[in-house]
Design a protein around this ligand. Sequence first.
Ligand SMILES: *Cc1c(COP(=O)(O)O)cnc(C)c1O
Length: 370
Amino acid sequence: MPVPLLDLRAQHATIRDDVLDAVVQLADCQQFILGEPVVALERAVADLSHVAHAVGCASGTDALLLAFRALDIGRGDEVITTPFTFFATAGTIHNVGATPVFVDIDPATFNISPAAVREAITPRTKAIVPVDLFGQMAAIEEIAAAAPGIPIIEDAAQSIGARRKIAGVWRMAGEAATMGTLSFFPSKNLGGYGDGGMILTQNEALATRLRRLRVHGGATQYYHDEVGYNSRLDALQAVVLSAKLPHLAAWSEKRRQNARYYDSALAGIPDLRTPTIDPNNECIFNQYTLRVGRRDDLQAALKARGIGSAVYYPLPLHLQPCFAYLGYREGACPRSETAAREVLSLPIYPELTRAQQDEVVTTIREFYGT
Ligand SMILES: *Cc1c(COP(=O)(O)O)cnc(C)c1O
């Protein structure tokens, strides 16, 4: 029985009519750029995320780029982030002319260590970019305490709808930061039919600036207060995402159920650790990521049985060739480097069947002889 890492066709089959009706309606009215569908999605995602403002844009990468620009981050500025993330988190820091400062992770959650953030702050630090990795929020309140007064841009590309109990209150991904950024890349928990992204904020002035920056920096058409970008969310993506959004909570719950099943079925294997979720977090499991011994051999054994898996991420960003100019050496972020050697993400998508999960579990147990 083949078990793909992700099966978007299985999901599409459950919502096909709703999505295609919305696409046909949009095609019939031929209003493809921004407009009512984007406003409606922005409203719905803002409500879900408990924020006052949501600004759609072309991708999760652009969401970060626009957020940095809205804070005037550029040449000479330092931005502290994690090296154990998707490339875009740091690529965008570089692309606005600022310097990424990489600090190590908490080995339990894979998220940035607030203590390491505190140690890396200098007079040039302009922002902190924690990533809510694999669907679990970073310790936003501890980062805020470690970096008083410094803006936090929460990269929530993998964590739409995740939440964390802060001072006894559930806060959504993006809610407690200066800005939160989302991605609608097809493999995220809420995926479009192409690229898309969004910036969340409670701050009206930042929202206004973001809306200007995404249309070439002009509040009035053909008059430009600053140089911005062409970074709009397509209305076509917006109608697809709006049709899928009502299902998101159930999909995330199904991912959590699948995670619980793996947690117990994979318990007690000496060479394998299932994910650690901070008790203050409700995770949406964009990924279910193990730490294992003999990782590459295990991945090959899974592949031989037709089971998909992936290594997120094989080389931490501080050791990427493109960042050699920053001068990091191996050993600079040892916990990220160890994670890169040990992690393996298993199929966790909502439509995964129990029989498919059992196939994954049996293959892993056979591999370790337990
Ligand atoms: C997917 C992702 C992004 C980038 O999103 P795109 O929509 O693909 O540009 C940024 N950061 C993280 C952590 C991601 O997982």
